[in-house]
Design a protein around this ligand. Structure first.
Ligand code: HEM
Length: 144
């Protein structure tokens, strides 16, 4: 359904774009000056847009997936099922990285621990970009 795909792509721009801005636009300067303020400032604003965007991705993504394949087939061995599985694995990675950042990194964040958060930001951005790559696979019939 076109409206669903529209919302899915809109959510993708916010989720992936936001993380690329953080990784490429904000993190390098913060690391150079060992200053957590720009990262914290970005997170405070982005959180209010990024989390709803991720929720939109989950709802529209699961909905779109049911249009491709009945949920009972999601764990089967056909190419489209592999794409759905890849999306779900990426979602689990996103959740784990999010919980880890929230509980372990952000509460004790200071200049010294900023590189650790940097590694985390690289991983979550790669995961976000991988979501897009796997997404294009539906149109092209497989992961590669
Ligand atoms: C932040 C997370 C996500 C991003 C950035 C993302 C991004 C994308 C992109 C760019 C496409 C390509 C659409 C096209 O071919 O025109 C796509 C398609 C798709 N995604 Fe996602 N996605 C995300 C999460 C999910 C989740 C959690 C699911 C659930 C399993 C999902 C299921 C799908 C499906 C089924 C399609 C094919 C849509 C269609 O053409 O009918 N996505 N996604």
């Amino acid at each position: 359904m076109r409206y669903l795909l529209f919302l899915h792509l809109l959510g993708a721009t916010v989720w992936v774009g936001g993380h690329l801005v953080l990784l490429l636009g904000i993190l390098p300067g913060a690391l150079r000056s060992r200053d957590v303020a720009p990262v914290r400032g970005f997170e405070a604003i982005y959180e209010r847009i990024g989390i709803p965007a991720l929720l939109v991705q989950i709802v529209t993504g699961v909905w779109l997936a049911t249009l491709w394949l009945a949920p009972s087939q999601w764990l089967s061995d056909v190419p489209v099922a592999h794409l759905v599985q890849a999306k779900l694995v990426l979602l689990a990675m996103t959740a784990l990285l999010g919980v880890h950042a929230r509980l372990a990194l952000i509460p004790r964040l200071d200049g010294q621990r900023l590189p650790q958060l940097g590694v985390h930001i690289v991983l979550i951005t790669l995961t976000a970009v991988a979501f897009v790559w796997v997404g294009t696979g539906f149109r092209y019939g497989g992961l590669f």
